[in-house]
Design a protein around this ligand. Sequence first.
Ligand code: BTN
Length: 263
Amino acid sequence: MTGPLDAAALNRDLAATRFAGRVICVADCESTNLLALRLASEQGRAADRTVIVAEHQSAGRGRLGRSWHAPRGAGLLMTVLLHGPPPVAGRLVLAAGIAVCEAVGEVADVAASLRWPNDVYVGARKLAGVLVETAACEPGIAMALGIGLNCLQKPGHFPPELRDLATSLEIESRHAIDRHAVAVRMLNRLDGWLDAAFDAADASLVRECVERSDDLGRRATLMHSGRTLSGTVVEIDDGLGAWLQLDDGGRVRFDPLTTRRIG
Ligand code: BTN
């Protein structure tokens, strides 16, 4: 399927999931996360599991104040609105990352892996990013689980400074990319992983993350509270923190929600 994503077709093909009938497609918005949080403040829990998909964002948001750009119609830009207790937020990032890896493997035959804390990579290039934003929505909080997945971009679509750092399914796959099929598969997989994300005692999420991680045993440079530290990633723990074995000895845990990854 080519052309803009279509809400009726997505809702039809998601009939077996808890997103059925809850997908909204828009041509333009500032940010699907922002739109989702507005919906939560207007409708409260009634908007739970709404999925907002945009062809273009004028102010797409990335982690830690960065922005997220994609040419119109090239990316999969979506937010899944969820309600729940706050500790779930870090696990949502993982559930989304795993769902993206599964979908791009199954639909586009692309082998992607998770890069702590919130990215999906193919080799040394970033394919997708996840951003969870929250707002009070009694009872509990509203969580906007935003996913940006590069689908149809060609190398020239990325700004020169990102060309060696970013990639897309179009670049990585031998197959024609159908954004509708990728979206449906990803939301199907996410529907399953959300149960594990909301159950803090479910170890399958962290297990899957460890299996799909390209970090373990690799070097990383992480910044937290103004301190930049380099070392080898030796563990991703149950709280989704990354443990770095420092070059000068000692181990430090980094929080997934507040750490900036430098390298
Ligand atoms: C990151 O890698 O820093 C996270 C990027 C998340 C981008 C997605 S695109 C859909 C959703 N809406 C936004 O404004 N951001 C997320």
